[in-house]
Design a protein around this ligand. Structure first.
Ligand SMILES: [Zn+2]
Length: 176
C-alpha cells in the first residue's frame, strides 16, 4: 500500500472510531494524519513531557483528547494481560492506554507487540503507528518523583530517597 492509500484508509477509519495513541504512536508524528478524533491518557503525556522530547516532535496535547480510563476497564485490561502472559511486559501507562481504548471502543495505535496482543484478546482493533514496518525504538528512562534522579535501567523505587519512579522517554531513534 502506498502512502496515499494509507491516508485514505486512515480517513475512513477516523469517521467511525476514535484512535487511541500510545507514546510510540505520538512520537511517530502520524498524529497530523489522524487529526480530529484522537485520544490518549494523562500517563502517556507524562512519559513524553518527563522526557522533554515534546519540543522536537512538535507535539501538542491540544491535538487530542486526554482521558483517564475508569477502574473497571483497567481491571479488564490487566486481567486480559495476565491471560495472554503479557502483563510483565506492560507498564501501568500501557495498561491505561489499553483500558481507555476498551472504554471508548476505539482503535489502538501502537507499535508494541505486547499491547497489540492484549488488545486482540479484548477484541480491540489495532494498527501500527508507522507507515513502514517498525524501524524505531523508544529508549526509556525512569525518573524519581521525589528527588528527580534518573535511571537508565528499570527501577521501581528510588534507592536514594525511596519514592516511586515514573517511566519517561529517553530517546526515540531509528533502529540501526
Ligand atoms: Zn529519589
Amino acid at each position: 500500500m502506498g502512502i496515499e492509500d494509507e491516508k485514505t484508509v486512515m480517513n475512513d477509519t477516523i469517521r467511525q472510531k476514535k484512535l487511541i495513541l500510545d507514546t510510540s504512536a505520538i512520537l511517530s508524528r502520524r498524529v497530523s494524519l489522524m487529526q480530529g478524533n484522537v485520544a490518549t491518557t494523562p500517563s502517556v503525556l507524562d512519559e513524553i513531557r518527563l522526557g522533554k522530547i515534546a519540543r522536537y516532535t512538535g507535539f501538542s496535547s491540544d491535538m487530542m483528547d486526554i482521558l483517564a480510563p475508569g477502574k473497571e476497564s483497567l481491571c479488564a485490561a490487566r486481567k486480559a494481560a495476565e491471560e495472554t502472559g503479557d502483563l510483565h511486559e506492560l507498564s501501568s501507562t500501557d495498561l491505561d492506554v489499553i483500558a481507555l481504548c476498551l472504554e471508548l471502543n476505539g482503535i489502538l495505535v501502537t507499535d508494541d507487540y505486547a499491547m497489540q496482543n492484549v488488545a486482540s484478546r479484548l477484541g480491540i482493533e489495532f494498527m501500527g503507528a508507522d507507515l513502514k514496518p517498525i524501524d524505531r525504538d523508544i529508549r526509556w528512562q525512569y525518573r524519581c518523583t521525589g528527588c528527580g534522579k534518573t535511571f537508565q535501567q528499570h527501577v521501581e523505587i528510588c534507592p536514594v530517597c525511596g519514592h516511586q519512579t515514573k517511566r519517561a522517554v529517553r530517546s526515540y531513534k531509528k533502529r540501526q
